[in-house]
Design a protein around this ligand. Sequence first.
Ligand SMILES: Nc1ncnc2c1ncn2[C@@H]1O[C@H](COP(=O)(O)OP(=O)(O)OP(=O)(O)O)[C@@H](O)[C@H]1O
Ligand SMILES: [Mg+2]
Length: 347
Amino acid sequence: MAITTKSFEIFCGTGGVGKTTLATSRALSLAGENRVLLVTIDPAKRLKDLLGLRSEDMGEVTRITFEGIELDALLMSPEKTITRMAASYNTPDLASNRIIKVLSRPYGGMNEILSLVEVQMQFDSGKYDVIVLDTPPGAHFLDFLESLGKIRSFFDQNFVEIFNYLGQKTANAGKKVFSFNIINKVISGGVKKLLSYLQKVTGAQFIDDFIQAIQIIYQSKEAFLKGLSLQDRLKEKSQCNWFLVTSVEQGKPQEAIELRSHASHFIHEDHYLVLNKCLENELRDWSPTDNKLKNFKSSLEQRESLLKTKLRESFPEVLEFPEVTSISPKDHIQHLTQNWKKHASQS
Ligand SMILES: Nc1ncnc2c1ncn2[C@@H]1O[C@H](COP(=O)(O)OP(=O)(O)OP(=O)(O)O)[C@@H](O)[C@H]1O
Ligand SMILES: [Mg+2]
């Protein structure tokens, strides 16, 4: 069945199976007829090298040309997203608070939420028909999507209001008289203990920064909540294609099956399993005369055929992509782009 293009297309899967290569080639295959943005939150930045992006392009939407095809690409940089949010929501403190700076470093813990906020901001710009998202390996991104409800409730909870109130009080009172009396009145025992402990080990400045961080995250809640609302759209069959990528290499398909069952609440049932690096075509054209090689060929063929049967039973749709026999990643992308076009025109 031909693949219908959706507003969001997400590539996930375990390590090294070809997510970045397939996401890039998918974006290129759509670029002629659609306005496409390719976003990667892949910390390996492989895409940067592949597409000839410079370090200064990190975090900025950059127009690239690959073998004559033009495309917008964005390598996620959490700091740049924070700066953009601060500008569009008029909250300059967001970019200058020390705690938020730490949280928005790569691996600082805000990477995923900021990616969603960024994707939503880019979509809202109205410039794109399709956003293709390449995710880091493993279940982390999917786990994160599942945990978004907790972040949503953070913005609903009264304690943010309390921090707002505390922040105003401490600002009015000046830094020296950070008032634990107020804390005593309004905050539960656990938070109280935590804050007094933190004050002992970090000094009052940290507490001020901490309260300010919570306040300004709260002031920017519209951006965060919009980012969170993306979660619902990604669950919609009409809005999002999920490509769960795996390869024929030993152990990889089993990892994909586990990943899918792990994330089954999140990935809607019309997802695709993308089976990469298939050897079938290469093997068909290979006619060894040596007996050992003949046996080797037939065992490889058998293994792949069994694997495909098993996967077709377990997944609603399996898309096959061949192993490209070249050592150049550019050739891989180019070949796989043509393969996406073939899949798209199949009926
Ligand atoms: N169909 C293919 N044929 C041959 N080589 C491929 C194919 N697909 C991907 N590759 C190569 O395999 C390597 C890993 O690919 P890629 O970086 O896309 O994987 P990934 O899943 O994004 O990895 P990571 O989990 O590290 O993000 C790259 O060198 C890529 O060029
Ligand atoms: Mg990758």
